[in-house]
Ligand binder design. Sequence first.
Ligand SMILES: [Zn+2]
Ligand SMILES: [Zn+2]
Length: 115
Amino acid sequence: MAKVFIEWHSMKDDKVCPICEFLNGYIWVFQTGENMIGDSLDHPQFGEVWNVNLGSKAHGHDDDSCRCSMTSEFDLTDTLYMVKELREHLVYEMRYVGTSGPSLSKAGVDALSKL
Ligand SMILES: [Zn+2]
Ligand SMILES: [Zn+2]
């Protein structure tokens, strides 16, 4: 499981409209297995404010007047934890189950399937 954070950034000058100014700093959180990132970013108050194909829709229409940008950040803490867990299963099996070829216990398979 990995998380991705997407943050909205407006240009911080006099020409920024009230909507974009309001959106500045807003963060969307997507998590694998829970909510997947789609073609658009929705804001609870303004609805769809970004569309992958059209760009910014913060102004309600598709002119190019919006100069906002987005940054993304990944959190792989959970994923790293699962990899560590999987490694421990493999080490255990190599040590105690024997070396009759590669095989995974149910716990090992479970750990893999969560990645
Ligand atoms: Zn704007
Ligand atoms: Zn904007």
